[in-house]
Design a protein around this ligand. Structure first.
Ligand SMILES: [Zn+2]
Length: 128
């Protein structure tokens, strides 16, 4: 795999295996890589009360933060439904606040793209 993050997309696919998406059938996986080299996987988790649904990206970064990780380097995101899935607006804000201008890794084994979060979310909300 031609990437700075050779295993991170695979980790995201492993995360996607646990997706709970009975309502949308839109399965997503994510994997956060910390600067210390640890990986935290996430998957989307839906709920019959739709507002309680959480995206894979937030599950992964919340897991990292809840384990005491403060320095995040990258997040890989995959979906069985969309080969070029990007984080939603809420996740962009959360990723920015908790991970800064991290690398967003998308694609598959044959084609990997690495984008800076700032290119997707150039003017984040900042509480003053
Ligand atoms: Zn999201």
């Amino acid at each position: 795999m031609n990437s700075k993050y050779p295993d991170l997309l695979h980790e995201a696919e492993e995360g996607m295996a646990r997706a709970y998406a009975p309502y949308s059938n839109f399965r997503v996986g994510a994997a956060v890589l910390t600067r210390g080299g640890k990986v935290y996987r996430g998957c989307n988790i839906e709920n019959g009360s739709f507002g309680a649904t959480v995206c894979a990206e937030r599950v992964a970064i919340f897991k990292a933060v809840s384990e005491g990780e403060a320095a995040v380097e990258a997040i890989a995101i995959v979906s069985a439904n969309d080969p070029r899935i990007l984080p939603c607006g809420i996740c962009r804000q959360v990723l920015w606040e908790l991970g800064g201008d991290l690398d967003i890794v998308i694609g598959n084994a044959s084609s990997v793209e690495v984008l800076k979060l700032s290119s997707l979310y150039p003017q984040p909300f900042k509480k003053t």
